[in-house]
Design a protein around this ligand. Sequence first.
Ligand code: NAD
Length: 333
Amino acid sequence: MNILVFDTHSFEKSVLTLANEKFGHDLRFVETRLTKETAALASGFRCVCAFANDRLDQECLTILKAGGTELIALRSAGFNHVDLPSAARLNLRVVRVPEYSPYSVAEHAVGMMLTLNRKLHRAFNRVREFNFSLDGLVGFDMHGKTVGIIGTGRIGSAVASILRGFGCNVLAYDIAPNEELAKACDVKYGSLNDLFKNSHIISLHVPLNPKTHHIIDDAALASMQKGVMLINTSRGGLIDTKSLISALKSGHIGFAGLDVYEEEQGVFFEDHSQDLLQDDILARLLTFPNVFVTSHQGFLTQEALANIAHTTLENVLDFESGRALKNEVHAQR
Ligand code: NAD
């Protein structure tokens, strides 16, 4: 099938091309993000392949449909950037990659915890300037600390199991508790409030949807322990960033590790080093020494990229062959 791959990055083009040797699709790559402004490029392509920061709103989907597109193959697990009710109305099928390597994101989340705790980001810069002083670099033992995990699906469970290896106590909150995880890793499920109150570190692993939007707001931040570390490798919209900034300024929140950000579309994944940063909220976040921001790179391991490529191309083949779409996403009723 002919597929137009939007928002292609150098790190994935060769992986997709290699994986496609097995599938034989007609792949075309463009670097531009898929938005209503660029959707017309897909005219004549039965499938468009989109990434996490493309914006598939109603207008974009309508243009795709008019151009003959039938299938949207997401190279991501998250699908909050697609207007699913509009896709359903337009009879556009949407498939995703629900699982490619939970370890990639889980290990990145734990990497952020260690970086912030032991101030590795600051130590790296200091030593390069021959400043070998240790002042201000005191961290804490992870062993014995309590970590709260919000969302214990694939990624949250992997985080829990890594942290149990460190000797942390793990609290969890999920609308569907995982009893196996609770037994195997001695994870204790409880209310969101108890988790906020009792955790030294809180890591977010729920999807972004209307129920989880701003799950971390003023009230949530106020109910956390002073000095808590907050890690978000899930989706930016889970945190009300303005509230987070206030809590960082007051010192109530001790550390924040953010791989995702509410307004990351059009900024993350791109080189803006020659531009003036227009987003004042992001600019403020970047001034805190106890905030560590990465550009949505949790998924970025060789294993994850290979799995994303394989599942994406297999999803397209399933559609082309008229088979059931095991990775289809539907609008919530
Ligand atoms: P998953 O579906 O396996 O797990 C999500 C968990 O959240 C489930 O256990 C579910 O029951 C729970 N949940 C859903 N709604 C909830 C609610 N309202 N309250 C409490 N719990 C709720 O997903 P996953 O593979 O673990 O991925 C989690 C998220 O990570 C994805 O949705 C995506 O946004 C994000 N992600 C980020 C990256 C990255 O590169 N940073 C990569 C992949 C995924």
